[in-house]
Design a protein around this ligand. Structure first.
Ligand code: NAD
Length: 330
């Protein structure tokens, strides 16, 4: 079994790769893993350091928009798990060209090559943000797509391409749509690692608007567990929501992060709200639970405490990233 993981040097993709190579997913216990990653500002080979010496891992630095390269890499692959994307909403508001290129054209290039190579299974990793914003209740998978940011619009476009490759060619594609992930190795521009690393440095944290936007928090390990279930047993052509079951306003999340590092509300700096800021996301995860037996296994309190500890213990991982990158606050 050979698995191609695009974006495998990013936050979630690298967790998936580390899990596969550590034997966490029994049906992939002997799998070879090929990572295809462009190493943008968000990609980091250090994320794969714990498995770098594993002979079953091959790393290819390259762009998913590069069709000749993708054709070579996808040849002989049984399963594609497609994480590669431009993933930061704030950056998409500043400029969306890279989002359209990677998320739309890159996904099309990958689907086309995987089709030609006869890949047996393709999991396209998407986001709940494609559904828009919901005041009450939760979105089922067949909810209309109403993306509000350039990021989510580009992801929705890629979801539609995945659907089209199933409908047109019968390609065995599944789409997953998850809520907000957190955990170790997350680039320190996203809210949890940004806030934690700022607070560990004695710096203030920027809280958008009234802080009442609601997000459902999903530990990266639960997300990858869900993706693994879909890869193994998901029905071709189907979409599966993956959620964590912990909805918090950004104010509530901030309070928990302040408590975790022993800081007070004076460390919070209210900032002008993000343009078009979605108010609430909430996915209905009945389908993946009923069909594939998924449930979130990491309690939020423990997951958050472990994450804070990880950032406390791994300054050498995030300090260079914060220094180097031109960070866009979240
Ligand atoms: P990330 O930004 O940490 O990682 C993205 C990876 O893709 C990086 O390693 C980057 O180098 C690589 N990449 C970017 N453009 C590329 C290209 N053109 N060719 C090859 N590689 C490229 O993102 P993440 O948080 O790990 O997210 C992974 C996937 O999950 C994305 O598709 C994202 O839309 C989706 N998702 C993430 C979240 C979240 O909370 N982080 C929530 C919902 C969905």
């Amino acid at each position: 079994m050979r698995v191609l993981v695009t974006g495998g040097a990013g936050f979630i993709g690298s967790h998936f790769v580390r899990q596969v190579l550590s034997g966490a997913y029994s049906w992939l216990a002997d799998a070879e893993v090929v990572v295809l990653d462009k190493l943008t500002y968000a990609g980091n080979e250090a994320n794969l350091a714990p498995v770098a010496d594993d002979p079953r891992l091959r790393f290819v630095r390259g762009d998913i928009c590069d069709a000749p390269l993708v054709e070579r890499v996808v040849s002989g692959v049984d399963l594609v798990v497609h994480f590669a994307a431009e993933s930061h909403v704030d950056r998409s508001i500043l400029g969306s060209a890279d989002f359209v290129l990677t998320n739309v054209l890159g996904t099309q290039t990958l689907l086309q090559s995987a089709l030609a190579a006869g890949v047996a299974r393709f999991v396209h990793v998407s986001t709940d943000e494609v559904y828009g914003s919901i005041e009450r209740g939760s979105w089922p998978e067949d909810h209309v797509l109403e993306p509000n940011s350039p990021y989510s619009a580009s992801k929705a476009s890629s979801d539609l391409l995945a659907r089209a490759f199933y409908r047109t060619y019968g390609m065995p594609v599944c789409v997953t749509r998850c809520s907000n992930n957190y955990g170790p190795y997350q680039f320190p521009e996203k809210v949890i690692p940004l806030f934690v690393t700022n607070l560990l440095d004695g710096r203030k944290v920027p809280l958008y608007g009234d802080g009442l936007n609601v997000r459902d928090w999903l530990h990266v390990d639960d997300h990858c567990h869900g993706i693994n279930l879909v890869a193994e047993r998901g029905r071709a052509g189907e979409i599966y929501n993956i959620g964590g079951g912990t909805e918090l306003t950004n104010r509530e999340l901030t309070e928990r992060l302040l408590a975790a590092v022993g800081a007070g509300w004076e460390m919070v700096e209210p900032v002008t709200d993000r343009k078009g800021h979605d108010r609430r996301y909430s996915v209905d995860i009945t389908k993946i639970g009923t069909e594939l037996g998924y449930r979130a296994r990491v309690p939020f309190e423990r997951g958050l405490a472990d994450t804070v500890t990880w950032y406390r213990d791994n300054r050498s991982w995030w300090e260079p990233l914060k220094e180097r990158a031109e960070l866009v606050g979240k």
